[in-house]
Design a protein around this ligand. Sequence first.
Ligand SMILES: [Zn+2]
Length: 77
Amino acid sequence: MGLFRLLFWIALIAVAIWLWRRMVRKPVRRKPEPSALPMVRCAHCGVHLPQDQAVQDKERWYCSRAHLEQDGKAGGH
Ligand SMILES: [Zn+2]
């Protein structure tokens, strides 16, 4: 008699876990793709390039360190 109750509870828990996993399971596999890098614009020459290849100066982006320095020297613009 006790065995049946035990099996009943195991089945009940198994169903509960199955239902819970079904509800919890969501497609949250959104890993950032390397090709989907944000594009930035060079503040000096206006060329667009991926952020990882750009040179940042405060809030500005440049295609190269040379343009960063040139833009810095230009001053007030
Ligand atoms: Zn540039």
